[in-house]
Design a protein around this ligand. Structure first.
Ligand code: DAU
Length: 335
């Protein structure tokens, strides 16, 4: 298998490459990543010298550049490349449309033209919109995205679906709940709160703090994508959720408790615009049809994650300060 992983320097993509390269040493991996603020090659340092791994810096929305890569022979695509942060999309939606929708289309076109055998689109439960107190997102739940980010991901999902219906491109879509784990950029709830608590800074909780997310350890997510890639059926959607529904305030209090910090750090701030109230995912299909079982309990996964951030303070401080690029070039040479 010659696998093109887009967005492989991001949090989930880099975890996926590390997981896959260990499990499938016979495959070739090409990591295409634009190295925007959230991409970090340091996450891939342990595998960067592997003979079957190659990094290419570039933009998935650049047609000619993407075609050149496909001309080298690609049989499988896993598309992680995306602008992913909801708050950023509220302030600046345009880049979300470009990367998430146009970028996906460029990849789909190249995959069609060069006869790719499998195309996995890594998507999100946010495309389904928001739930009330009851119910779960199923694969058949109508798409009803609320933020510019989730609308761009929904747009991409519909394009992926259309390439299956129209051209029979062998596509699959995964829709995951909120990922957490080591190496996540400290703008998402869990790493943001850990890093701020460690620095004794206020922890900004949007609104009443009672919004609910369903938490999934990134390694369990990677295992799910591996199963979809090898056993999934073309044209299908697979939900991937951790079955760990928690309010934001519960998470933040749990972090403070584990770190031995005071709850006086909690700072209730203005709510996010269009803030989705609750996400909860039904992952029965991937469990029953593909045999997926998450390994992490949320309690263990959160403790392990907090400890990782405590032990890797240099990493997140470099990332937050924007010094990462300079650091990387000094340590490992020009990108
Ligand atoms: C950054 C931040 C977040 N929050 C709240 C907003 C949400 O209810 C919850 C989680 O926020 P975020 O970490 O930004 O994640 P969320 O908006 O749920 O979206 C995430 O989860 C999605 C999957 O559900 C992914 O598709 C997105 O890429 C990912 O960013 O915490 C706060 O209360 N304060 C904050 O400072």
């Amino acid at each position: 298998m010659r696998l093109l992983v887009t967005g492989g320097a991001g949090f989930i993509g880099s975890n996926f490459i590390r997981y896959m390269i260990g499990k499938y040493p016979q495959y070739d991996f090409i990591n295409l990543d634009a190295l925007t603020y959230a991409g970090n090659l340091e996450n891939l340092q342990v595998i960067e010298k592997h003979q079957n791994y190659q990094f290419i810096k570039g933009d998935i929305a650049d047609v000619e550049f993407v075609e050149e890569i496909f001309q080298k022979g690609i049989d499988t695509v896993v598309n992680f490349a995306a602008e992913s942060h909801v708050d950023r999309s509220i302030h600046d939606p345009a880049i979300f449309t470009r990367t998430n929708i146009l970028g996906s289309q460029v990849l789909l076109d190249a995959s069609k033209k060069y006869g790719v055998e499998k195309f996995v689109q890594v998507s999100t439960d946010e495309v389904y919109g928001s739930l009330g107190e009851e119910g779960l997102f199923h694969e058949t739940t109508p798409l009803s995205p609320n933020s510019p980010y989730s609308a761009s991901k929904a747009g991409a999902d519909l394009l992926v679906r259309a390439y299956y219906e129209t051209y029979r491109l062998p596509v699959m879509i995964t829709r995951c709940s909120n990922n957490y784990g080591p190496h996540q950029f400290p703008e998402k709830l869990i790493p943001l709160m850990i890093s701020r608590a460690l620095a004794n800074q206020p922890l900004p909780i949007y609104g009443d703090g009672l919004n609910i997310r369903d938490w999934l350890h990134v390694e369990d997510h990677c295992q799910a994508i591996d199963l979809v890639l090898h056993k999934g059926k073309s044209g299908e959607v697979y939900n991937v959720g951790g079955n760990n529904e928690l309010t934001n305030i519960e998470i933040v209090k749990g972090i403070l408790k584990h770190l031995g910090k005071s709850e006086t750090l909690i700072d209730y701030v203005q709510d996010r615009l269009g803030h989705d109230r609750r996400y909860a995912i039904d992952a029965t299909k991937i469990k029953q049809e593909l045999g997926w079982q998450p390994k992490y309990t949320f309690e263990d996964g959160l403790k392990e994650t907090i400890d990782w951030y405590v032990e890797n303070e240099d990493w997140w401080k470099r990332i937050i300060s924007g010094e990462y690029q300079e650091y990387y070039e000094k340590q490992y040479g020009k990108i």
